[in-house]
Design a protein around this ligand. Structure first.
Ligand code: UDP
Length: 235
């Protein structure tokens, strides 16, 4: 096993399946099964889920919402997704716990590093909701922050593409996948793997990020076993 403690980032849209909005229960079940099979091997898993399948603050501003209000709505959307994933995990017998970045007991426990590590060490899957708790950030930044705080070995970014390409592979058939790429190359080539705040946090704290396709069943386990199926971002 290459990694013993991971932070998995899932976008909100990844929970929506083909509909791209809302929550697709078949998707949830698939993720829950994959997660349980990895947790059963003793790997400690913390998860940050986005909220884009429900609401994004920046999009809200185009519809006349105040940015801070919109971001608060976005953060709440991540809580909704986290509760859904927790419920799917519980239904297949996998212990899991939702933490929130903003106090809202009894919906979730107020996040602290030590409570989260205690749960991870007991074999529970820890779902960290509410982003960073602050507007003007994204869940990519929340993932970077929590991965660093929780001393994860890596941040795994589960997406619908199998890694980072020289160009968008859906638009440019000549695009080539990187097996490895440094943070400096990402800046130099202007690649938007994550937002710049998240990228900088990962670089400054020497956190490796693996971008991989989470929609192929079994891929999560392959990444954790060290198979080279995605792109590794390194310092
Ligand atoms: N958000 C925020 N602060 C955070 C994390 C998220 O305000 O620390 C809000 C922001 O409005 C964002 C929304 O929550 O657009 C959903 O998160 P994100 O866009 O990262 O979700 P994803 O694109 O991964 O589904």
């Amino acid at each position: 096993m290459k990694y013993k403690r991971i932070l998995l980032k899932l976008s909100g849209e990844s929970l929506a399946g083909n509909a791209k909005q809302g929550i697709d229960t078949a998707c949830l079940e698939d993720y829950a099964e994959q997660l349980k099979s990895v947790a059963d091997t003793g790997v400690q898993i913390a998860i940050v889920i986005g909220g884009g399948n429900i609401f994004r603050g920046l999009q809200g501003t185009k519809r006349g919402f105040d940015r801070v209000r919109g971001d608060q709505m976005g953060m709440l959307a991540t809580v909704v997704n986290s509760l859904a994933l927790c419920s799917a995990l519980t239904s297949i017998g996998q212990k899991s716990r939702v933490f929130t970045a903003i106090r809202m007991e009894p919906i979730g426990e107020f996040y602290s590093k030590w409570k989260a590590i205690e749960a991870l060490e007991k074999g529970e899957i820890v779902i960290l909701s509410g982003g960073t708790g602050n507007p003007f950030f994204t869940t990519d930044t929340a993932s970077a922050l929590r991965a660093i705080e929780l001393e994860a070995d890596a941040m795994l970014k589960g997406t619908r593409v199998d890694g980072i390409y020289t160009a968008d592979p859906e638009k440019d058939p000549s695009a080539v996948k990187f097996e490895r790429i440094s943070y400096d190359e990402i800046y130099a080539k202007g690649l938007r793997v994550m937002d710049l705040t998240a990228t900088t946090m990962c670089k400054e704290n020497e956190l490796p990020v693996v971008v991989f396709n989470m929609d192929i069943y079994g891929n999560l386990k392959k990444v954790i076993d060290g198979e080279n199926i995605g792109t590794i971002v390194h310092v």
